[in-house]
Design a protein around this ligand. Structure first.
Ligand SMILES: [Zn+2]
Length: 257
């Protein structure tokens, strides 16, 4: 059975055309939101309408967070308030808080970022909104019935990429990163690789990906593109918002970390 993911946003940090790069993975026992960019509630509605797959934010209880740049994390406040207010209405307890999964260096300063707008005059803390789950590179975590591994990237601030495996199909998500052949090698253990591209010193220019072997380019899909990015500049498939990525297992092998 293929692993499916709905692409929510494909834009780069400065895009005025697209939502920030994000997706919802339809894992065996729940939905996993990868990153939470600006206008996340509208972005989920739009990609849900295009794909025909309901992405009600209240049906999403797990977020994989690559890093804290705004185009990946600015939506956390609205997402958190949406759930917090719903729990106040339904009487839901702490067990119903959404979970944020990220590496220690990313999540350590999350509340520092959210507290000025969510601290409720010093009476609230991060645990009022989210259940924080720290991912450790080199280990595998189970999230929504999927096996998730992570790897730190080179992005100028703490950041991670992910591999998500379910039913023998595996999807890799680069996270923001300078071009790093060792990261590409790790990602390419998966059946499909969603890789960022942006012309910037802390991102991956398309020329670097174009120089990869054809078998890698075939399993790669592009995201985090500048608004003036020309799809004709590459033979790697560019993703669009609302796309449903179907990842089929190409071989059976043990989970590598
Ligand atoms: Zn970034």
């Amino acid at each position: 059975m293929p692993l499916r993911a709905v692409i929510v946003g494909i834009g780069s940090a400065l895009s005025d055309r697209f939502y920030g790069s994000s997706a919802v993975v339809l894992a065996p026992t729940g939905k996993i939101l990868i990153d939470c960019p600006d206008s996340i509630l509208r972005a989920l509605r739009c990609s849900g309408e295009i794909s025909g797959i309901s992405l009600d934010p209240l049906s999403i209880h797990d977020i994989l967070l690559t890093h804290l740049h705004g185009d990946h994390a600015n939506g956390l406040e609205a997402f958190a308030w949406k759930h917090w207010l719903a729990r106040r209405t339904t009487g839901g307890g702490p067990a119903e808080r959404p979970r944020i999964h990220g590496i220690a260096s990313v999540v350590a300063r999350l509340w520092e970022r959210l507290a000025p707008s969510m601290g409720q005059m010093g009476t609230a803390s991060l645990s009022d909104y989210f259940d924080l789950c720290t991912l450790v590179p080199g280990t595998v975590s189970e999230i929504c019935g999927a096996a998730v591994s992570c790897r730190e990237t080179d992005h100028g601030i703490p950041c991670a990429g992910f591999r998500i495996r379910a039913d023998s199909a595996e999807l890799a998500w680069s996270g923001d990163t300078r071009f790093d052949p060792s990261h590409v090698d790790w990602l390419c253990e998966a059946d499909c690789v969603v890789h960022e591209t942006t012309e910037s010193p802390v991102h991956t220019p398309i020329e670097c990906l174009n120089a990869l072997p054809v078998e890698i380019r075939r399993k790669m899909r592009l995201i985090h593109m500048d608004d003036d990015f020309a799809p004709a500049a590459t033979d790697i498939v560019c993703l669009a918002e609302g796309d449903v990525l179907e990842v089929a297992a190409s071989s059976r092998r043990p989970m590598a970390t």
